[in-house]
Design a protein around this ligand. Structure first.
Ligand code: HEM
Length: 132
C-alpha cells in the first residue's frame, strides 16, 4: 500500500511515538534518555508532539528552549557527531518507514537543520566562543 504524507497531529503523534521507541533501544543515544536524563515520557512525548506540530504546521503549541535543554544535557553526556548522526538516522528512518510526500521531506530537512545548528551551538558553547 502506498505511504501517505504527514497531514495532521495524529500523524505527528505516530511519528514521535515510533521515533522514541527506536531511540530508547539505540545503543548510542538510548542511555542518554533512559539513564542519564531519566526522561519522564508522559511529559516529554506531548511536548514533542507540540514541537513538531509547531515546526511543520506553524501552530504555536510548543513553548520552550530546546537549545538550553541540550546545553544542559551536554554537561551530563557529551553530544558529539556520533550522537547527532544516530539521532538523525533514527529520525529519517522513522519518517521514511511511515510516510512519503512533501511534508515527510520537509520534516526531515527541518530536523537536519535544527540538529546541525544544535550541534554547532553546543560546539561553540563548549569552546567558549561567544557567538551563541
Ligand atoms: C544527540 C542528539 C539528541 C539527544 C541525545 C537528545 C536528548 C534529549 C533529551 C534527553 C531530552 C529530554 C530532556 C528532559 O526531559 O529534561 C530532549 C528534549 C528535547 N529535544 Fe532532544 N536530543 C537530541 C537532539 C535533538 C534534536 C536534533 C532536536 C530537534 C530537531 C531535539 C528536540 C528536543 C526538544 C524540542 C526537546 C524538549 C525541550 C524542552 O522544551 O524541554 N533534540 N532531548
Amino acid at each position: 500500500m502506498a505511504k501517505k504524507d504527514i497531514i495532521d497531529r495524529n500523524d505527528i503523534i505516530l511519528l514521535v511515538d515510533s521515533f522514541y521507541q527506536k531511540v530508547q533501544q539505540n545503543n548510542i543515544i538510548g542511555h542518554i534518555f533512559n539513564q542519564v536524563v531519566q526522561v519522564d515520557w508522559l511529559h516529554h512525548l506531548p511536548k514533542m508532539y507540540d514541537f513538531w506540530e509547531s515546526i511543520l504546521f506553524g501552530k504555536a503549541t510548543y513553548k520552550g528552549n530546546p537549545m538550553l535543554t541540550h546545553f544542559d544535557i551536554n554537561k551530563k553526556a557529551a553530544l558529539k557527531t556520533e550522537e547527532f548522526d544516530a539521532w538523525k538516522r533514527l529520525f529519517f528512518d522513522t519518517v521514511d518507514e511511515l510516510f512519503a510526500g512533501e511534508n515527510a521531506e520537509i520534516i526531515k530537512q527541518k530536523a537536519q537543520s535544527i540538529a546541525d545548528l544544535m550541534h554547532f551551538k553546543i560546539n561553540t558553547h563548549n569552546s567558549k566562543i561567544n557567538i551563541v
